[in-house]
Design a protein around this ligand. Structure first.
Ligand code: NAD
Ligand code: DAU
Length: 348
């Protein structure tokens, strides 16, 4: 029996992970600390909200009093820190918010764990959910390994790299039992439609322009979110503290090919009027990294992880999920989203 504090559990990956943990480890006590920003949605967690051993706490990880209270009230064994401002385009508009949540928030969690666990941490774990973006950008060849130097280019990536360095420092200085995971681009159910795949699905369903930054030839390494959750499960239970684990499935695609895959499915199954004519090449994102690609050898060899969902299957599951949950899509794109969309895309 473990008590696991999941932060950001109402977001895309956090809610997939909570649902996964609840199913696989029904005896675990699951705490979800989430501020419910535009990206957090308790609807995602309907399946588990009535469970006795699940507790939702609305709160900001950047508020040390909130974090301290949660640690005082609960006997926390493991922390899994998903909570973050996660979208690169927003970080270009408001970098300070990313520093506050991603760096200060992580510092508060580390401090609370350090103070509450007081060195009695043989079975404790602090898993920091990081990203391949901290490594910067690759050229046509090569992969990021766990020892690739950090070289972030956007405020989002820099804030995640800053958090990673703090996590490492708490291990090196105090011996706090931390682990860092760095994953490639996720896709799947509950992803907020500011990210490429759900944005394209949503726009296409409304026959709106599909904005492709620059020439669309940038490359991302896509992983189905459930495969990420399985990797995190292994890391949490069997990973070595003080270590970094890269997660990726060798599934590199250009942005343009991802957009074309979505169009082709929707044209065949939903609306013959959805075509490549909707693609609009728009001015590039500032600081846009050309290519990400993870070498997952360490997690494969040491923990026996394998990506299980081929892209052809994962993308169909994802598109169908959005088709079956159009009311969810409508709700999350009402309100604040409209203003955000105007700021990022209008006049581009
Ligand atoms: P998301 O934006 O969908 O969700 C973020 C969640 O954090 C939301 O529920 C939000 O309400 C919450 N949150 C934001 N600020 C908070 C604060 N100050 N206090 C408490 N809660 C707060 O993000 P996501 O895509 O699910 O990403 C989750 C984590 O995984 C992030 O740390 C991100 O950097 C990392 N990551 C994401 C990807 C990806 O492809 N999406 C890949 C690798 C790593
Ligand atoms: O690599 C992991 C990262 O993946 C995570 O750390 C981030 O939290 C997550 O947001 C994601 O970052 P990206 O910037 O790669 O994801 P996004 O979906 O925003 O963009 C994917 C690619 O598509 C990127 O090259 C930019 C491009 N793009 C994106 C949008 C939203 C477009 O061409 N048009 C768009 O409208």
């Amino acid at each position: 029996m473990k008590t696991v504090l999941v932060t950001g559990g109402a977001g895309f990956i956090g809610s997939n992970f909570l649902l996964y943990l609840a199913k696989k480890y029904p005896s675990y006590r699951l705490l979800n600390l989430d501020k419910l920003t535009y990206a957090g949605n308790l609807e995602n967690l309907k399946e588990i909200e009535e469970r006795k051993n699940y507790r939702f706490i609305r709160g900001d990880i950047a508020d040390s009093a909130v974090v301290g209270k949660v640690f005082a009230e609960e006997e926390i064994d493991w922390v899994v820190n998903f909570a973050a401002e996660s979208h690169v385009d927003r970080s270009i508009l408001m970098p300070a918010l990313f520093v506050r949540t991603n760096i200060m928030g992580t510092a508060n969690l580390l401090n609370a764990a350090l103070n509450r666990w007081e060195g009695a941490w043989e079975d404790k774990r602090f898993l920091q959910i990081s990203t391949d973006e901290v490594y910067g950008s690759l050229g046509e060849t090569g992969y990021f390994t766990e020892t690739t130097p950090l070289d972030p280019h956007t405020p989002y990536a820099a804030s995640k790299a800053g958090a990673d360095l703090l996590v490492k420092a708490y291990h090196d200085t105090y011996g706090l039992p931390v682990i860092i995971s760095r994953c490639t681009n996720n896709y799947g159910p509950y992803q907020f439609p500011e990210k490429l795949i759900p944005l394209v699905i949503n726009n296409a369903l409304h026959r709106k322009k599909l904005p492709v930054y620059g020439d669309g030839l940038q490359i991302r390494d896509w992983l189905y979110v459930e495969d990420h959750c399985k990797a995190l499960d292994l890391i949490l239970h069997r990973g070595k503290t003080g270590e970094v684990y890269n997660i990726g499935g060798h599934n590199e695609r250009t942005n343009l090919s991802v957009v074309r895959t979505v169009i082709s499915y929707l044209r065949e199954h939903v609306d013959p009027g959805i075509s490549e004519a909707l693609i609009a090449f728009v001015p590039d994102r500032k600081g846009h990294d050309f290519r990400y690609g993870i070498d997952p050898a360490k997690i494969c060899n040491e923990l026996g992880w394998r990506p299980e969902t081929p892209f052809a299957e994962g993308i169909v599951r994802t598109i169908r999920w959005y088709l079956e949950n159009r009311d969810w899509l409508e709700r999350v794109t009402a309100g604040e989203y409209q203003e955000y969309y105007r700021r990022v895309y209008e006049g581009r």
